[in-house]
Design a protein around this ligand. Structure first.
Ligand SMILES: Nc1nc2c(c(=O)[nH]1)N[C@H]1C(S)=C(S)[C@@H](COP(=O)(O)OP(=O)(O)OC[C@H]3O[C@@H](n4cnc5c(=O)[nH]c(N)nc54)[C@H](O)[C@@H]3O)O[C@H]1N2
Ligand SMILES: Nc1nc2c(c(=O)[nH]1)N[C@H]1C(S)=C(S)[C@@H](COP(=O)(O)OP(=O)(O)OC[C@H]3O[C@@H](n4cnc5c(=O)[nH]c(N)nc54)[C@H](O)[C@@H]3O)O[C@H]1N2
Ligand code: SF4
Ligand SMILES: [Mo]
Length: 758
């Protein structure tokens, strides 16, 4: 891309400019725009290689994106060997994105054919090295490995981490496998690291732990409050729709410790100190209540607990709030008045609110605010936690691979419900909740967990405190990993089973607004890899069961019969109707666009509000560790990089890690952009190149989560978990920083720039 030198301030500036151009052009590429940009670099070569003439020789399938939970749909083209292009599908089949997709959905497919893709099972040889094995040998070893722990210590000594990358049907089977075949309730997934505090907080107040809105509401709201959500980079297509609405006149309020790109569009941006969100949210609620700006009729008719909320928010006085959060009182007042003045307001949030040792508290405060302003159940109103992994809503929650819930959030401690599943699955199930993902790693220290089956989750990088997680994985008596690659977690495995990706299988994903959508196979599984559901079926049968599903539609039928929320969600209907939103109680039910139109999903049908104070982060800065580290994402990378690091084009944009440091802080430490910086916490240390920027405040630093070499989770804390949801505090750790004095590898400073999208 041509960029003139005088516009630039070093290579970081160059990357900013390149990114700005890329964002303008391809953040949400309509096909026409993509066509213009195709020749601009390697990133676009694949799509370019499609000529109209060849189209009829290709396989094409309309499918749902396998990266994030926005749930974009498009047609994928393949010649049977590789994915050649993603193009818009019929608009009625793409309810969320229409003709838009982001750069990952459009171009992120090199990983499928990557040289190191797993195409055969691996087992350890007599020297402890991996060697290829037949499915028969590998599955026999798994059945023996898990079976012998079960025999000696009981099924509870085993745990399963299910995969929110996999389909609903596969996740249903992962939960069933844990309970029926292994005899353990310790089955969980990445939702624990992510939005489980949202699920806990919303379920408690309103009844469902999910977004109440449909994505269209983002375009018809006249006010949107966004917090802890780097929407442009993490949910690009939602960001597009929000920006469009703002251009049309809607107000946008952004509260975030970093001045992220979407803040540029905001009516108001407030920089918050990480870890104190309940404080400013309660302060907004206080201003609204004390000035009679709340929705009296809604409060009266549809809620309980208002007096409790009113009393509890009084402690959040202007002086106190400014001191704790850094937000001046006039910003609290203007936000409160903008929300109160709006006829329709949507409250959107992501991990900045939830990944805390008190994330549930933050969500409860937000649930109170939405309810007292009457912003629920009507078009253009509601709460919208933007979910993360492509299928964390469905696979990570609805399908019940959870320690406390069966599919459809049916409590395992409820005798009647448990009896229903014991009957259907022909097994005994303990009423005791199992371990949450984060707790499994702590329980392993005491040998309460001895064996793990980890499916599509790179726990060795994504868990908090990975120095500890690595030690646990190393010490397990038996570990089986089922993945596309020998990722960092698989390096500790006894057996690795090759799964296949979403382009190689058929099933459903459920996106962030509860829409169940089809995933259709466009390529045969690579080599000897198999879809997760087939692997589970084979293994269950080797361990004494008699599973006999011909396809995933049949698995969904079983889900329908046991899960009222999904009672009417058949493949046939999803295919025909282009997506169905739950609750969908039976085959005649049309699905539910918006939750709580009539009543809340609680016993009394009301939103049960409760006063909520605030807790400090588990670790606050002190003399030894004076900075607050927060962590997160960049647009071009995805999580631990297993997929995006295999994309040449994407790696050109963000080939390495970085730490964002405020210019003043950098100057105090003698650090310049590109210098290697040592970052230390009480748990570990990493070395990363600096990116000096005033996006962050002077007391805060930010490191992305995408790079194994400088795994930021060496610094985070595995012990302090949210009391209700067991979410770790990924968004706040106390650290110290300094120039790295050791043998620094020469780092392409400039390449460190990844998020300068402003
Ligand atoms: N490109 C890309 N997209 C993704 C993913 C990816 O890896 N790459 N992952 C997907 C997944 S699984 C998820 S869960 C989502 C996550 O989506 P997001 O939550 O939007 O992503 P993050 O970058 O983790 O963090 C969000 C924001 O929280 C802010 N923040 C940090 N601490 C605090 C705090 O204490 N309070 C507040 N209010 N804000 C804070 C950060 O500055 C950041 O802007 O993204 C999904 N989409
Ligand atoms: N410090 C810090 N840490 C974090 C976060 C943070 O914000 N800060 N965010 C947390 C959050 S929200 C999340 S969601 C996690 C994400 O952490 P992970 O879920 O561990 O991240 P991924 O890299 O997406 O790992 C998914 C794995 O699934 C494999 N895979 C893909 N498709 C399939 C499939 O169909 N079947 C199977 N079997 N495997 C498949 C991929 O190859 C990859 O190895 O990270 C968490 N960790
Ligand atoms: S916004 Fe999310 S679902 Fe849409 S194309 Fe990008 S990664 Fe895929
Ligand atoms: Mo996530």
């Amino acid at each position: 891309m041509a960029v003139s030198d005088d516009e630039l301030d070093g290579v970081a500036g160059y990357m900013q400019e390149a990114k700005r151009e890329a964002l303008q052009n391809v953040e949400h590429v309509a096909e026409g725009v993509a066509a213009e940009t195709l020749s601009e670099g390697k990133l676009f070569e694949i799509a370019q290689s499609i000529g109209d003439k060849r189209l009829e020789e290709l396989n094409v399938a309309d499918t749902t994106c396998g990266y994030c939970a926005v749930g974009c749909r498009f047609d994928l083209y393949s010649d049977g060997e590789e994915i050649l292009a993603a193009r818009p599908t019929a608009e009625e089949d793409a309810p969320v994105n229409g003709i838009s997709t982001c750069v990952k959905g459009k171009f992120g497919y090199d990983f499928i054919n990557s040289d190191d893709r797993l195409t055969a099972p691996l087992v350890r040889d007599e020297n402890g090295e991996f060697r290829e094995a037949t499915w028969d040998e590998a599955l026999t070893r798994v059945a023996e490995g898990l079976g012998s722990i079960k025999e000696e210590h009981g099924g509870e000594a085993l745990s399963v981490i299910a995969s929110s990358k996999a389909t609903n049907e596969e996740n249903y089977l992962m939960g069933k496998f844990a309970r029926q075949v292994l005899g353990t309730n310790s089955v969980d997934n990445c939702n624990r690291l992510c939005h489980s505090s949202t699920v806990a907080g919303l379920a408690k107040t309103y009844g469902y732990g999910a977004a109440s809105i449909s994505t269209d509401d983002l375009e018809i709201a006249d006010c949107i409050l966004l917090t802890g959500s780097n929407t442009t980079e993490a949910h690009p297509v939602l960001a597009t729709r929000i920006k469009q609405n703002v251009r049309d006149g809607a107000d946008l309020l952004v509260f975030d410790p970093r001045e992220i790109q979407i803040a540029e569009y905001a009516t108001q941006y407030s920089q918050v100190n990480p870890g104190y969100d309940a404080v400013w949210i309660n302060a907004i609620t206080r201003h609204i209540i004390n000035n009679d700006l709340y929705d009296e009729a809604f409060v009266e008719e549809r809620t309980t607990g208002f007096e409790d909320v009113k009393e509890s928010v009084q402690e959040f006085t202007p002086e106190r709030v400014e001191e704790v959060t850094g937000i001046p009182h006039d910003e609290i007042v203007s936000a409160a008045e903008t929300i109160a003045d709006a006829d329709r307001c949507v409250f959107g949030w992501t991990l900045g609110l939830t990944e805390h040792s008190h994330g549930t508290e933050n969500v409860l405060a937000m649930a109170n605010l939405a309810a007292i302003t009457g912003n629920l159940g009507k078009p253009g109103t509601g709460v919208s936690p933007f979910r993360g992994q492509n299928n964390v809503q469905g696979g990570g929650g609805d399908m019940g691979p959870l320690p406390d819930n069966f599919p459809g959030y049916q409590d395992i401690a409820d005798d009647e419900i448990r009896a229903k599943f014991e009957d259907a699955w022909d097994c005994d199930i303990s009423p005791e909740y199992g371990y949450y993902t984060t707790q499994m790693f702590l329980a392993a220290d005491d040998d309460d967990i001895r064996g793990m089956y980890i499916i599509g989750e790179n726990a060795a990088l994504s868990e908090p405190g990975v120095n500890h997680a690595e030690a646990v994985l190393e010490d397990l008596e038996f570990l089986v990993v089922q993945d596309l690659f020998v990722n960092e977690t698989a390096q500790y495995a006894d057996v690795v089973l090759p799964a296949c990706s979403f382009v190689e299988k058929t099933g459903t994903f459920t996106n962030t607004d509860r829409t169940v959508q089809m995933v259709n196979e466009v390529m045969e599984p690579k080599g000897d890899s198999r879809p997760d559901w087939k692997i589970l079926q084979d293994l269950a049968n080797r361990m004494g069961r008699d599973w006999d599903y011909d396809d995933t539609a049949e698995i969904m039928e079983e889900v329908n019969s046991l899960t009222p929320l999904y009672g009417g969600v058949s493949h046939e209907r999803v295919e025909e109707e282009g997506g169905l939103q739950w609750p969908c109680w039976d085959e005649d039910h049309p699905g539910t666009e918006r939750l709580y139109a009539e009543e809340f999903n609680t016993e009394n049908g009301k939103a049960n509000l409760q006063g909520v104070g605030y807790s400090e982060p588990a670790e606050t800065p002190d003399d030894q560790y004076p900075f607050t580290l927060t962590t997160g994402r960049v647009l071009y990378q995805y999580h631990t990089g297993t997929m995006t690091h295999r994309e040449e084009g994407i790696m050109q944009y963000t080939p390495s890690d970085f730490i964002e440091i405020h210019p003043q802080t950098a100057a105090n430490h003698g650090i310049e952009s590109g210098d290697m910086v040592k970052v230390e916490s009480r748990r570990g240390e990493i070395v990363v190149p600096a990116q000096v920027t005033d996006r962050v405040g002077p007391d805060n630093v930010f490191v992305p989560i995408h790079f194994a070499e400088s795994a930021v989770n060496r610094l985070t804390d595995e012990e302090h978990l949210d009391p209700a949801a067991a979410t770790p505090e990924f968004k706040v750790s106390a650290v110290r920083i300094g120039p790295y004095e050791g043998e620094a590898e020469s780092v392409q400073v400039t390449d460190a720039e990844a998020t300068g999208d402003d």
